[in-house]
Design a protein around this ligand. Structure first.
Ligand code: 0O2
Length: 210
């Protein structure tokens, strides 16, 4: 398998989508509106993880591109749960890619406690032969609290090779509940937080003008 050639359009797609999503953030910042996008990250799945997942899910290597939907992954972090709906609507309204599937792990959280909104896209990458390769990209949209929990849980899964001790698992469940409550509390004071952020950005704007 020539991994560099195979993964190159995936890298291209991740780079392009990061720029486009950061562009949305910049457009919001030019208005006085609250931006639903706090920050954006992305990655092409490392080869070792691809091989592990292919083995775990019994995916033959020749079927990788159609069966492994997260070879290219882009993540959007939001401040408030309500921002996730706004980002989902923005993504649905785009004409530069198609939506293949949506998975709502916020309404239906995973047994682990994982919450996030996943959208699988079919994204066209322009090739040097003049053609177009339409590849799958997984977009994960989540709050900062959901991201904090998922990042910690992911490291622990890695540390314990997927066999997290019961005691740690229990703490993770409680942490997931705490993250959920944090999101709820923040949503309650959303108006206050946004007003404060507007005052700060207006002050920064005024200082720059001086
Ligand atoms: P990585 O290292 O992030 O690339 P499956 O892998 O079977 O759970 P599937 O069908 O691939 O699921 O699709 P899903 O669940 O929509 O997306 C998988 C990705 O979502 C994972 O990629 C994680 O990024 C994230 N995710 C899903 N469930 C969990 C969870 O319980 N905890 C954490 N921390 N992340 C989760 P990978 O390939 O697992 O890993």
């Amino acid at each position: 398998m020539d991994w560099d050639t195979m993964l190159s359009p995936y890298k291209q797609a991740v780079d392009e989508l990061k720029i486009k999503l950061r562009g949305i953030r910049e457009q919001y910042q030019l208005t006085s509106k609250h931006t639903p996008i706090e920050f954006v990250t992305g990655r092409v799945k490392p080869i070792s993880s691809i091989l592990q997942k292919a083995k775990r899910k019994h995916i033959p290597l020749e079927d990788l591109e159609e069966k492994m939907q997260d070879l290219a992954g882009v993540r959007v972090m939001c401040q408030f749960v309500g921002d996730i709906d706004t980002v989902v609507e923005l993504v649905r309204a785009r004409t530069d890619f198609e939506i293949v599937e949506e998975r709502d792990y916020i309404k239906h959280k995973k047994r682990s406690g994982y919450r996030s909104y996943h959208i699988v896209l079919r994204y066209p990458v322009q090739m040097i032969d003049g053609g177009e390769k339409r590849i799958l990209v997984e977009l994960q949209i989540r709050t900062l609290a959901m991201n904090f929990w998922a990042t910690i849980e992911h490291s622990l899964q890695y540390k314990y090779a997927g066999k997290i001790p019961k005691e740690v698992e229990h703490r993770l469940e409680r942490a997931a509940e705490a993250a959920f409550r944090l999101d709820e509390e923040m949503s309650q004071i959303r108006g206050e937080v946004q007003e404060a952020q507007q005052i700060i950005s207006q002050k920064q704007h005024d200082t720059m003008q001086r």
